[in-house]
Design a protein around this ligand. Structure first.
Ligand code: DQA
Length: 139
């Protein structure tokens, strides 16, 4: 069984309540239940933190023994050299995802410290961005 981990960064615990016009009205817990059922043949672990160092620790923990990591580093995408270095340091391939199309938003969201070391980037498809990332690991 393939082992994937979804890692969500700051403020993504508020999905469903936070700016629903941008991020939608489904909570991540509800979405996760749906995709776990749909992809029952894949082990999908989940971790969310609002703390940069905890996200780095999680990448180190799963980054040598999982088949794929789906990372939405949220605002830290645009600021964190440490998270970018962690993605570079680990062996498990990382797909960077974003719910919104960060390129049609503020200019500071156009910069990513994750992308240079990611296997690929999927953004702008709402929560479906995560599902597309899962599919890319299992197909
Ligand atoms: C986000 C985009 C980021 O710019 C923002 O800081 C987020 C969410 C997205 O999924 O669209 O928190 O990563």
């Amino acid at each position: 069984m393939k082992k994937l981990t979804i890692i969500n960064g700051p403020n993504l615990n508020l999905l469903g309540k936070r700016e629903p016009n941008i991020y939608g009205s489904l909570s991540f817990t509800e979405f996760l239940e749906e995709i776990k059922q749909k992809y029952a043949h894949v082990e999908i672990d989940y971790f969310q933190s609002n703390i940069e160092g905890e996200l780095i620790d999680k990448l180190h923990e799963v980054g040598f023994n999982h088949d794929g990591i789906i990372l939405n580093a949220a605002a830290y995408t645009h600021t964190s050299v440490g998270l970018g270095d962690a993605v570079k340091a680990i062996e498990t391939p990382v797909i960077e995802v974003h719910i919104s199309n960060t390129f049609n938003r503020e200019e500071f969201r156009h910069q990513s410290y994750i992308s240079p070391n990611a296997r690929g980037v999927i953004l702008g498809f709402g929560l479906q961005s995560y599902e597309l990332a899962i599919q890319s690991f299992i197909n």
